[in-house]
Design a protein. Structure first.
Length: 276
């Protein structure tokens, strides 16, 4: 038998492999006798020995779980969509109120009790897109109030950053006269709980609409350069309020005060007759 100690997985010599026993299990250190995976063809003999000790069952189990999740159309655990239809995570955090009062223990559940709510995550203060979104929400705040809905802004900035931003005039891209609270998620715990924290450690441009039972009923995510408008938020809230008052199904594109009469179903025979 030739000395094959210097062979590696990248130079597997099938022609000169050890043939001193059946199935090449003689105990020599030829690569064919080492535990290895042929898919790892560019690893050395020493590396192959290390790979052989790894818990492959764990990887197989994870692959099986991923396949099962895809078959059930469930979002990945790290996706904010995983919270849809579930009780919204509660939090207590610093906040600045409409009159610029700073409070250390703003509690979500206490604030939204008996109301619908819009949680409006945005990336950062003093940016270009964020103030236009927030000011537009502020302009329509009465429309949200009439719909029994609280609006809450959240970013990973500090409470003092929020205050400085609110004290800036409009001409300098400030957000004065803001009439809904801004939450300071400086420790990133809220963004993590809602699974909207990105790699830059800022919040995604995400919107959560919560019903009066504190259940998340709607989630939307926007690219950093795409602005959100209150129009669709108000439509979703109208739909939530409408469904609470009646069992009538709503058609696609439904809006409040929109009259819809479901057409009667035609008998199958009449449908075929019309086609012929």
């Amino acid at each position: 038998m030739q000395d094959q100690k210097n062979n590696t997985g990248c130079h597997y010599d099938y022609a000169n492999k050890c043939d001193c026993s059946e199935d090449d299990k003689c105990g020599c250190d030829f690569p064919n006798n080492l535990p290895h995976d042929f898919s790892l063809s560019c690893l050395s003999s020493e590396e192959l020995e290390i790979v052989a000790t790894l818990p492959l069952a764990t990887a197989v189990q994870k692959k099986s779980q991923d396949k099962e999740r895809l078959n059930t159309n469930e979002p990945a655990p790290s996706s904010p969509l995983a919270t849809l239809g579930k009780l919204t995570p509660d939090f207590t955090a610093p906040a600045i109120l409409s009159d610029n009062t700073l409070i250390k223990n703003f509690n979500l559940y206490k604030y939204i009790e008996g109301h619908n709510a819009v949680l409006f995550f945005y990336p950062e203060d003093f940016s270009f897109t964020c103030p236009s979104e927030i000011l537009m929400l502020n302009e329509e705040l009465n429309a949200f109030t009439r719909r029994n809905t609280k609006v809450i802004g959240i970013s990973t900035d500090s409470i003092y950053s929020h205050l400085s931003w609110k004290e800036l005039p409009l001409q300098k891209d400030g957000i004065p006269d803001l009439s809904f609270p801004l939450i300071a998620d400086f420790d990133k715990e809220i963004s993590t709980a809602y699974q909207v924290l990105n790699k830059k450690e800022t919040a995604l441009r995400a919107t959560f609409i919560i019903d009066t039972h504190k259940t998340i009923r709607h989630i939307s995510l926007n690219d950093g350069n795409l602005r959100r408008t209150p129009t669709e938020m108000l439509r979703i809230i109208d739909l939530l309020n409408h469904k609470q008052d009646t069992i009538t199904d709503c058609p696609q594109g439904w809006k409040q005060n929109f009259f819809f009469e479901r057409p009667e179903k035609e008998p199958i025979t009449e449908i075929f007759s019309a086609q012929n």
